[in-house]
Design a protein around this ligand. Structure first.
Ligand SMILES: Nc1ncnc2c1ncn2[C@@H]1O[C@H](COP(=O)(O)OP(=O)(O)OP(=O)(O)O)[C@@H](O)[C@H]1O
Ligand SMILES: [Mg+2]
Length: 335
C-alpha cells in the first residue's frame, strides 16, 4: 500500500505547495510512482505543474461530491512517474456543499482508496485553513508533513494544528502519524535560525526533518514556468534540498518496514512523538541510484541526474563538510 502524506499547516505562505510539488516530483525522480492531489481551491499545485485553469476538467471537487472517480480525474505530468489530481476554485464550494453530507470527513479517503495500491506515495496539498478540505486530507492521510518557517513564536501557531491532529486520531483516523516537520525558506547562517531550530528540535525531537529547505529563488520562480524545480533548474539548491527530503522520507519508510517501528519515543517532553502510532506493514522500497547520462536530457533524465547529485552531496555533507550545514549536523549528533 502506498503512503498518503498530507502537507498541512493552517498558516498561510509557509511553503506547503512548494513542498508538495517538489517533494512529489522528487519521489518521482527517485523512481517511485507518486500522485499529487491538489486539495486547495487556490489550485497553486495544479498551475505550478503547468496545468492551465479549466473549470470543466475533473478535479478534487468532483471526487468529494461523488461526481467522478479518482481514476477519471488523474492527469499525467512532465515526469513519467508523477501524476496529478488537479484542483479548481470550485473546490471552495465543497466546504459548504458537504456540510450535511454522509461521511463528509471520509469523502477524499473513500475516493482515493482504489488508487492506494497504485502509488508508493500520495501527497496531498492542503489549503491554509483547518476546514473540511484539510479535515478530509487528514482523514485520508497516513501522516502529516508540516512545513514551518524558523521564526520566533514558530510554535505558537502550530498548537492548533497539533490539537486538530490529536482530535482526528481520537475520532476519524486513529493511525494518523506525523511524517515530520520541515523547515522551509531556511537561512542557516542566522543566529535566529539556529536558535529556533534548537527550540524546535527540543519540541519535536526526531520528527524535525534533518533536511532543511533553503530560501532559494529558483523554488519561487519554477511555478510560473509550470515546472517543479528539478526540471526548471536541476542544479539549484532548492531542487537538491527537496531530493534530499524525499530520500530522507523514503529511507525512514524503509527503516520502519525493516525494523517494525522506528517511531519509538524520543526524549522530547511534548508528547507529539511519543503518542504516534505508525503501522509497520509497508513493503521496503527498492530505489536504485540513477546512473550518469548524456547531456540531451528528457524531463525524467534531468530528474534522475539531480537525484544522484543530491545523494552525493548529502553523503559529503554528512561526512567531512558538516560545517556547511551546521543545523543538519547538529541534529545528527543529537539524534
Ligand atoms: N524555499 C523557498 N525559497 C524561496 N521562496 C519560497 C520557498 N518556499 C516557498 N517560497 C515562496 O513563498 C510563497 C509561499 O509559498 P507556498 O505557496 O508554497 O506556501 P503555501 O503554504 O502553500 O501558501 P498558502 O498557505 O497560500 O497555500 C510563494 O511565493 C513561494 O514561491
Ligand atoms: Mg498553498
Amino acid at each position: 500500500m502506498g503512503r498518503v502524506i498530507a502537507v498541512a499547516n493552517q498558516k498561510g505562505g509557509v511553503g506547503k505547495t512548494t513542498t508538495a510539488i517538489n517533494l512529489a516530483s522528487s519521489f518521482a525522480a527517485c523512481e517511485v510512482n507518486t500522485l499529487l492531489v491538489d486539495c486547495d481551491p487556490q489550485s497553486n499545485a495544479t498551475s505550478g505543474l503547468g496545468l492551465v485553469k479549466d473549470p470543466e476538467r475533473l478535479n478534487t471537487y468532483h471526487l468529494l461530491v461523488g461526481a467522478a472517480s479518482a481514476e477519471e480525474a488523474v492527469q499525467a505530468t512532465a515526469l513519467e512517474q508523477l501524476w496529478l489530481i488537479p484542483a479548481n476554485k470550485n473546490l471552495i464550494g465543497a466546504n459548504l456543499e458537504l456540510v450535511e453530507a454522509d461521511r463528509r470527513e471520509f469523502r477524499l479517503r473513500d475516493a482515493l482508496a482504489p488508487l492506494f495500491a497504485r502509488y508508493e506515495f500520495i501527497v496531498l496539498d492542503c489549503p491554509p485553513a483547518l476546514d473540511l478540505l484539510t479535515l478530509n486530507a487528514l482523514v485520508a492521510a497516513d501522516a502529516v508533513l508540516i512545513p514551518m518557517q524558523a521564526e520566533y513564536f514558530a510554535l505558537e501557531g502550530i498548537s492548533e494544528l497539533l490539537d486538530t491532529i490529536e482530535r482526528i486520531r481520537g475520532s476519524f483516523n486513529p493511525d494518523l502519524g506525523i511524517e515530520g516537520v520541515v523547515l522551509t525558506m531556511f537561512d542557516e547562517r542566522t543566529n535566529l535560525a539556529q536558535q529556533v531550530t534548537a527550540e524546535l528540535k527540543r519540541f519535536f525531537g526526531e520528527k524535525l526533518c534533518a533536511t532543511t529547505i533553503p530560501r532559494n529563488i529558483r523554488l519561487a520562480e519554477a511555478p510560473s514556468h509550470g515546472k517543479p524545480a528539478l526540471l526548471y533548474d536541476p542544479r539549484s539548491k532548492g531542487a537538491e534540498s527537496y531530493i534530499r527530503l524525499a530520500k530522507e522520507i523514503i529511507a525512514h519508510r524503509e527503516a520502519v518496514a525493516v525494523e517494525g517501528d522506528l517511531d519509538r519515543p524520543t526524549s522530547s517532553s511534548d508528547g507529539v512523538a511519543t503518542e504516534e502510532v505508525v503501522t509497520a506493514e509497508v513493503a521496503p522500497l527498492e530505489i536504485e541510484s540513477p546512473v550518469e547520462i548524456e547531456p540531451s536530457h528528457s524531463a525524467d533524465e534531468q530528474a534522475a541526474v539531480v537525484a544522484a547529485e543530491a545523494e552525493v552531496e548529502a553523503s559529503q555533507q554528512h561526512g567531512e563538510n558538516v560545517e556547511e550545514i551546521p543545523a543538519a549536523a547538529e541534529m545528527d549528533k543529537s539524534a
